[in-house]
Design a protein around this ligand. Structure first.
Ligand SMILES: *Cc1c(COP(=O)(O)O)cnc(C)c1O
Length: 479
């Protein structure tokens, strides 16, 4: 068969798939030897790839060679043991196998009938994960691509509850509404509020205390003030594991306070939620079972390849009310007896994400998940203790989960000067290619973030990072 006329013939696919499998195994075995951040300038990669599609089909060998030679040297390696940027993530072997098989079947779990096993496996793994993190029965889970969408959907359900009229007539002419979250909440919350038609004034950031947790007195005051002004409290978002510092809002107290004002409680545990699998860390989540909805990202700290975000709702019918709109061609005989995943969000199409998560949960088991997450938290505390014991270094936020916020400021140095120094340290570490960090601002000051949570990260990598940081600090001070 001529190239490009039909699909890859099965025997050729078999040969190439073996080659790709070998590449994957070699890559994962040696990714630690590659630079974490590529040595590229904006536009470099693009300039090496033709700007127009090929007229006639090419050999897959050519595409695979370009993948190795042009793409791989231009990516940031998130699966590198010294990738400490942003937040915990690992694309683990079991999860990769699940992705491969899911791509092969290319099924679409939009309704039960469009793939019964995909829908039912999603129900099973969501219930497994619920049990693993210790949430009570009755929380019903669905898988979305990202926490950003999970939060958008949860707040859409909250909007339906706060404004029953919205279903038919939209928000037009109705009293203004607001969503409350800590000043350290993820930007996806405010984006969801904008997308839901509340405008940026529909979002109110609540100040936090000295451990970066939402202040209850400030939340209480904001709710009362807004109610007196005729603004409807739609939802309060509590974050358990903020992205910048992994602080945990006092959800146990937030739940009754929000309830007293008729507001929905959404818990954003996208990053931190997996830690609830570890018995000694679970107390940090006490009270989250009182929330109306909770998001947890297996693609962050449950070793599942991106994308996989779990949204739990206590009353799934409220989520369905916000999104159910069944066109004739999708009406099925099973309506009412089965879950049709398209009713739980905006997207009709649904990838088979449950498969990779199922593989991950089976490979690790509860014990494996506990051991790995526990070790990441231990490594974070270890790094923090080294920094605390070293002149000129400080730990800028309590180490609750796997994240360490560090700052270097030699005695007597002005804050602005120290900001520039930390920026140079960050640039120095990232330019080295041996480790990758990101940063945040706390109280206006620049802070280096070390997110520990990759399966390949061992104590030796954390120790090497600590040496690298000290070397970079010396070089930056002399510069
Ligand atoms: C990462 C993160 C998000 C966003 O996650 P996506 O899945 O990338 O949308 C939301 N909230 C918190 C607390 C996060 O850490």
């Amino acid at each position: 068969m001529a190239r490009g006329v039909g699909d890859l013939p099965p025997e050729e696919l078999r040969r190439l798939a073996h080659e790709v499998s070998d590449w994957i195994a070699d890559y994962l075995g040696s990714v630690g030897d590659l630079p974490v951040f590529p040595d590229v300038r904006p536009g470099d990669v693009r300039s090496r790839i033709p700007g127009h599609p090929p007229e006639s089909g090419e050999e897959m060998e050519a595409a695979l060679a370009d993948f190795r030679n042009l793409v791989v040297p231009g990516v940031t390696h998130w699966n590198h043991p010294s990738f400490f940027g942003y937040f915990a993530t690992t694309g683990s072997g079991p999860g990769i196998l699940g992705e491969m098989l899911s791509a092969a079947m290319n099924l679409n779990a939009m309704v039960w009938r469009s793939s019964p096993a995909a829908t039912e496996l999603e129900e099973v793994v969501m219930d497994w994960l619920r049990q693993l993190v210790g949430l009570p029965e009755g929380f019903d889970g669905v898988i979305n691509d990202t926490a950003s969408h999970s939060t958008l959907y949860a707040l859409a359900a909250a909007r339906e509850v706060a404004y029953p009229e919205v279903h038919a007539g939209g928000l037009f002419g109705l009293p203004r509404g607001r969503v409350y979250a800590s000043e350290h909440a993820h930007s996806s919350v405010e984006k969801a509020v904008m997308a839901l038609g509340f405008g940026r004034e529909g979002y109110r950031a609540i100040p936090s205390d000295d451990a970066f947790r939402m202040r209850l007195d400030a939340l209480d005051a904001a709710l009362k003030e807004d109610e007196a002004a005729g603004i409807r409290p739609v939802a309060v978002v509590a974050t358990l594991g903020t992205t910048s510092v992994t602080s945990l809002d006092p959800v146990k107290e937030i739940v009754p306070l929000a309830a007293a004002h008729g507001a929905w409680v959404h818990v954003d545990a996208a990053y931190g939620g997996p830690a609830a699998i570890v018995p000694e860390l679970r107390p940090m989540f006490a009270g989250w079972e009182g929330a109306d909805s909770i998001v947890i990202n297996p693609h962050k700290w449950i070793f599942t390849p991106t994308d996989c975000s779990a949204l739990y709702c206590r009353r799934p019918e409220e989520l369905v009310r916000a999104f159910s709109l069944v066109p004739e061609y999708l009406r099925t005989a099973e309506q009412g007896q089965v879950k049709n995943l398209m009713d739980y969000g905006v997207a009709l199409g649904r990838r088979f994400r449950a498969l990779k998560l199922w593989f991950v949960l089976r490979w690790f088991g509860r014990a494996g998940l506990v051991a790995n997450i526990r070790e990441h938290v231990r490594l974070a505390k270890q790094l923090a203790s080294w920094a605390e014991a070293t002149e000129g270094w400080s730990v800028a936020a309590p180490v609750t989960l796997g994240l360490v916020c560090l700052r270097h400021a030699p005695a007597g140095m002005a804050d602005e000067e120290a900001d520039e120094l930390n920026q140079r340290i960050l640039d120095g570490v990232n330019a080295s290619g041996t480790a990758f960090l990101s940063h945040t601002k706390l109280g206006g000051r620049l802070v280096l973030r070390v997110a520990i949570g990759n399966l390949k990260t061992m104590e030796s990598h954390v120790a090497a990072l600590w040496s690298l940081l000290q070397d970079a600090a010396r070089a930056a001070t002399e510069a």
